[in-house]
Design a protein around this ligand. Structure first.
Ligand code: AKG
Length: 337
């Protein structure tokens, strides 16, 4: 009898913290939330990357110089890395726009597919010249590459679309920088959150390759991200994730429980701080991007505030998270039946 009570009590810890941060009345205290701005906390440690060689692709993918990146690890969670917004303002605009305008197009899969089959959700949202707020708010996720099957949790070759070249390139830069050069971006979930959205506790274990890291990029409004352990009995750490921050889940942390109990209004809007962007003279050789000429103009297109307005309106009340995974083992090139 006593044993049973114990088990129940232990299993409750993740949920208890989740409920605490989810609550609106009373509002949770943020005193124990790890904030990267307050780097003096004893809960995190600065990390020096494997290599400090500049990657010529970074600027064209909307990243700051690798020398400016700030990386931290969490003392309680080996394998978890946090990178504090390495994106330029134009870079943030580029990725936000991609997640809204391009990634939700067919053949990619959307949560709303069961209700309506839209070729182009973003275009449909503006079909009558005005913004269809209801339709906009309905989109909660899009899957890219190998599509995550939410029921079976099994990836298959039949349920696969081309993975976006730009997102593969971005993840390749990050992987190389962190010393995981064999990483291949093969599947992604793009999550769309509104101010009252949450994501419940789960682990990401559907990939065949669970040794490869998972890269999670966030834009827009802020969030409290909970990271626990292998089971829900481990009390999770709460981390504040701001626009542009990257979470890397590797090693022990790759299979840890995590969740998003709360979206918080962003105190800064780094996608607005354009400054004067200089024309890039770099002509890097990309690994995945085939139309490299288009990359520059796609990036600069968002300098025009009129062009950017619709995306700005969306992101000032929402958060977008793209999390990228490798599905196959290093020497595997497809999923066998
Ligand atoms: O939104 C986030 O930060 C986390 C998303 C996530 O955990 C997932 O899609 O598996």
């Amino acid at each position: 009898m006593e044993e049973n009570t114990n088990v129940l009590f232990l299993e409750d810890k993740f949920m208890k913290t989740f409920k605490y941060y989810k609550s609106n009345k009373p509002k949770p205290s943020l005193d124990n939330v790890i904030q990267l701005e307050k780097c003096f906390t004893d809960k995190i440690t600065d990390v020096t990357p494997e290599s400090d060689i500049e990657d010529t692709r970074a600027e064209l993918l909307g990243l700051k110089s690798l020398k400016e990146w700030k990386i931290f690890s969490l003392n309680r969670h080996p394998g978890l890395l946090l990178i504090r917004n390495p994106f330029t303002a134009l870079g943030q605009r580029y990725w936000i726009r991609k997640c809204l305008e391009e990634y939700p197009r067919k053949p990619n899969k959307l949560n709303i597919d069961i209700e309506m089959n839209l070729q182009d959700w973003w275009e449909e949202c503006f079909r009558n010249g005005q913004c269809e707020r209801l339709l906009q708010k309905k989109l909660r996720w899009t899957t890219l590459g190998y599509h995550h099957n939410w029921d079976t949790k099994v990836y298959t070759e039949q349920n696969r679309s081309p993975f976006p070249e730009d997102l593969a390139e971005l993840s390749d830069i990050l992987a190389k920088y962190l010393g995981c050069s064999s990483f291949r971006a093969e599947a992604a979930i793009v999550n769309y959150y509104h101010m009252n959205s949450t994501l419940s506790a789960h682990t990401d274990h559907s990939e065949i390759n669970l040794e490869a890291p998972l890269f999670s990029y966030s834009f827009g409004q802020s969030a409290i991200f909970l990271l626990g352990g292998k089971d829900k009995s481990v009390e999770p750490s709460a981390i504040l994730i701001n626009s542009g921050d990257i979470v890397v889940m590797s090693k022990e942390a790759r299979l840890s429980y995590h969740a998003v109990p709360k979206i918080l209004p962003a105190t800064e809007t780094p996608w607005d701080d354009l400054g004067i962007a200089k024309e890039s003279s770099k002509n890097p050789s990309f690994k995945y991007i085939s139309k490299s000429g288009e990359m520059k103009s796609m990036m600069r297109k968002n300098e025009d505030n009129k062009e950017w307005e619709r995306f700005k309106n969306y992101i000032q009340e929402s958060r977008i998270n793209m999390n990228v995974r490798q599905v196959l083992k290093e020497k595997q090139d497809c999923i066998s039946m």
